[in-house]
Design a binder for this molecule. Structure first.
Ligand code: ADP
Ligand code: ASP
Ligand code: MG
Length: 411
């Protein structure tokens, strides 16, 4: 039997009624003759609640117990989905990550999938089971502890299963009917894309478009998984939603194909650091050891042997960054006058593979922002993206202005 992977996100399993609706969709595919692997998220809001409870115990919680707690939301929806399918006379059972087993490394709360043996589930398919409902987002470490794959990780579970079982397709059912030129919640002019290249989706996801977890796109690209994003609230046919595919499969594309944003960024500046060899290592070494994900970096021109160093990181890591840098100062490995944090910034990025061959995109982006009176604090570029850090209060305005400037509402 051909295999299909269907993933239902939090809003698609938010109530028993929605689980029933999702199960009906699964039933349609089973009727077509597929063996189906259903990956479920926790009910929407559940994971946030669990994360909140863990945080209330202590800011320095044990990450293994964090995983034990936050993975539990998916156990509930997996069991409920199996029950609802059984009610429809579809042979189904649920699988928690450890039962598969979905084996990860030991990086708790951000674990990476290492292996998904297919024997257990395939044996059940051979015995007549039609649907394996798998709890997304969770796995088991070599030490036998429960792990989670980072927020949004059920997307990655789904793609990894599609690769392991050589599925015909991996359908990601969510609360929007595809990937848009930008988050439709921020720009009403956002346009749904019929197709998007893996590289572009990878950039959009890593720059903040949470419609797919970044790692899921990486895996789909590596294992050539046919990945589709579609709505669980509308009727779909074979061509519904957005197909994430190889660049060669897209006939024409705009220079810029999408605008992404990330709201919770912070900018930190070390004032008057000594401009000498090894200084960057003395700053970013301790930050990396403290688990701070540094994103953009700029070093100012030195005057009289002193310079300012600026970097950005997620806002919830600012305290950790301050602690690490102050400790390095006290230990005498780093000298600086002051550490200034600006926690009210956001990152806005334009992404498109067309940028490789067309110049002027950066100029247009900067002009558009300046026409709106928006000051750019930091700039970063790569082959197919340009990102800027701006005041958070202008984020929506910037997204909309750039969407207009690059005419993204037009195909
Ligand atoms: P799920 O719970 O199904 O995993 P998520 O909330 O993780 O859903 O992702 C879907 C959301 O992603 C949408 O509701 C939308 O607000 C947001 N989003 C951000 N950028 C985009 C984009 N470019 N296209 C579509 N949706 C986007
Ligand atoms: N429930 C997890 C989260 O909210 C995983 C997911 O939904 O993809 O992050
Ligand atoms: Mg998600």
């Amino acid at each position: 039997m051909p295999t299909l992977v269907m993933k239902f996100g939090g809003t698609s399993v938010a109530t028993l009624d929605r689980i029933r609706r999702a199960a009906k969709r699964v039933g349609v595919e089973v009727a077509k003759g597929y063996d189906v692997i259903v990956i479920v998220s926790a009910m929407s809001g559940k994971t946030n609640e669990l994360v909140g409870w863990v945080g209330e115990t202590s800011p320095f919680y044990d990450a293994r117990e964090y995983d034990a707690v936050v993975s539990s939301g998916e156990n509930v929806t997996a069991g409920l989905m199996a029950l609802v399918l059984q009610e429809m006379d579809i042979p189904a059972r649920s699988w928690q990550g450890w039962q598969v087993p979905l084996i990860t490394n030991s990086a708790h709360s951000q674990a990476r999938i290492e292996e998904i043996p297919t024997e257990n589930i395939n044996t059940k398919f051979a015995e007549g089971m039609k649907v394996a409902v798998v709890a997304g987002f969770q796995g088991i470490s070599p030490e036998g502890r429960i792990t989670t794959l980072g927020r949004g990780g059920s997307d990655t579970t789904a793609v990894a299963f599609a690769a392991a079982f050589d599925a015909e397709r991996c359908d990601i059912y969510t609360d929007v009917d595809g990937v848009y030129t930008t988050d439709p919640r921020v720009s009403p002019k956002a346009r749904k894309l019929e197709k998007i290249a893996f590289e572009e989706m990878l950039e959009l996801a890593s720059l903040g478009a949470k419609v797919l977890q970044t790692r899921s796109v990486e895996l789909a690209m590596r294992y050539k998984v046919k990945l589709r994003v579609l709505s669980s609230f509308e009727d779909n046919d074979e061509t519904a939603g957005t197909l994430v595919c190889a660049e060669e499969d897209i006939m024409e594309s705009n220079v810029v194909s999408g605008i992404a944003f990330s709201r919770d960024e912070s900018k930190m500046t070390l004032i008057s650091v000594k401009d000498k060899p090894g200084i960057a290592a003395a700053i970013f070494g301790p930050l990396s050891e403290a688990g701070v994900n540094v994103d953009m970096i700029i070093q100012n021109i030195a005057e009289e042997g002193l310079t300012d160093m600026t970097f950005s990181c997620p806002t919830d890591q600012v305290k950790r960054a301050e602690k690490a840098l102050n400790a390095a100062k006290e230990a005498g490995v780093l000298e600086f006058d002051e550490l200034v944090a600006d926690t009210e910034v956001a990152k806005v990025s334009a992404v498109g593979i067309g940028m490789r061959s067309q110049s002027g995109v950066a100029a247009k982006m900067f002009k558009t922002l300046s026409d709106e009176g928006i000051n750019i604090k930091v700039i970063a570029t790569s082959e197919i993206k340009i990102s800027v850090l701006i005041d958070r209060k202008y984020m929506e305005l910037a997204v909309q202005a750039l969407h207009d400037a690059f005419e993204l509402e037009k195909a």
